[in-house]
Design a protein around this ligand. Structure first.
Ligand code: OKP
Ligand code: ZN
Length: 345
């Protein structure tokens, strides 16, 4: 198992997060990845590889180039206008407003290119996010060329970021970038399986009308959990992508027994799709002690989960999404990695 660390991740350190009416230290913070990296560094089956450099071509296939440009320049623009603190959007084009024009104002553009106020742009956000792109694409190249498993150890997460918007702590969609990277390298079909507690609305949107990338997700029902506005079972893909999207929304309180049933059903669907490679959006926020989530998985369940996914026997990239119980994060991610390296693999 290869591991590629995003060594720039600490450059993204948001100041605060609004949570249940309070201004709190952010749940998505550098300490998360430091805890994971320390634990993963001790695993004897892991080979750490440094990230290579990449240009914007793959990123600009899954994201709108104008959005990528916005993201890479908006903080400097903010500072040039003598504004201070982090950037936080506060107005969005809901139904009846014009969502089809990009405003000139920096505040207008922030709203245009986002869907929530949980996702601060800071001085180092672009540097950290670009480090995530390079870790992801390095892992993808390794997984494809060596028919191996490669873990991109990065933050902030990516699966809520859509073609032209940020949100849910996410800026660029690393799962989508890995899937597109596999396609570029020669994979005809790629499956993305999202096992984060939250629905991967960004990944679903990016591939919704594509038949070459399957998206499957097991998550808390949007009726009760973030991101609230996508992730229902009746979203099955459109056009050429009809049938290549599969959502498994579950109630809070879900434990391994119920979770496993949905996992088997997702794996069956992926088997029918018959991909050449797989991308896993892994979130450890399904853990029973996660502070912002409501599932009931235990540390050992993460090993069971990856053992089942590994039976697909495909080149695999694992990208890190959520997981906020920092004390248990190292053990939970290690448990998940452990399941990929059984004796038969
Ligand atoms: C990211 B990932 C509460 C509202 C914002 C955002 C959750 C983002 C989760 N402060 N909640 O999927 O783990
Ligand atoms: Zn999550």
């Amino acid at each position: 198992m290869y591991v590629v660390l995003n060594s720039s991740h600490r450059s993204h350190a948001p100041l605060f997060e609004m949570h249940r009416g309070e201004r709190l230290p952010p749940f998505e913070c550098p300490a998360r990845l430091d805890a994971i990296a320390a634990a993963v560094g001790k695993l004897d089956f892991v080979e750490q590889v440094a990230a290579s450099r990449f240009d914007r071509s793959v990123v600009e296939t899954v994201h709108d180039p104008a959005y990528v440009e916005f993201l890479s320049t908006v903080f400097d623009e903010w500072q040039a206008a003598n504004l201070s603190g982090d950037l936080l959007p506060h107005v969005w084009p809901a139904r009846g407003l014009r969502g089809d024009r990009v405003p000139e104002s920096i505040f207008g553009r922030l709203g245009y290119y986002s869907f929530d106020a949980a996702t601060e742009v800071t001085s180092g956000t672009w540097e950290a996010v670009w480090g995530g792109v390079e870790a992801t694409l390095t892992a993808t190249n390794l997984a494809w060329s060596k028919r191996a498993k490669a873990f991109s150890l990065s933050r902030p997460p990516g699966h809520h970021a859509g073609r032209d918007f940020l949100g849910g702590y996410c800026f660029l969609n690393f799962a989508a970038i890995a899937a597109e990277g596999f396609r570029n390298l020669g994979a005809d079909r790629v499956a993305v399986l999202d096992v984060d507690y939250h629905h991967g609305n960004g990944t679903q949107q990016i591939f919704y009308d594509r038949g070459d990338v399957f998206f499957g997700s097991i998550h808390a029902s949007p009726a009760i959990a973030y991101p609230y506005f996508l992730g229902y079972e009746d979203e099955r893909g459109a056009g050429k992508g009809e049938g290549a999207n599969k959502n498994s929304p579950l109630p809070d309180g879900t434990k391994w027994r119920e979770y496993e049933r949905e996992l088997e059903s997702q794996l069956d669907a992926i088997g029918v799709f018959s991909p050449d490679a797989i991308v896993v959006s892994f979130g450890a926020d399904t853990y029973f002690e996660d502070p912002i989530s409501g599932f009931g998985l235990q540390t050992a369940d993460f090993t069971r989960m990856s053992q089942r996914i590994a039976t697909l026997d495909l080149p695999a990239v694992i990208v890190m999404e959520g997981g906020y119980a920092i004390e248990n994060l190292g053990d939970n991610v290690s448990a998940f990695l452990q399941g990929w390296v059984g004796p038969s693999r």
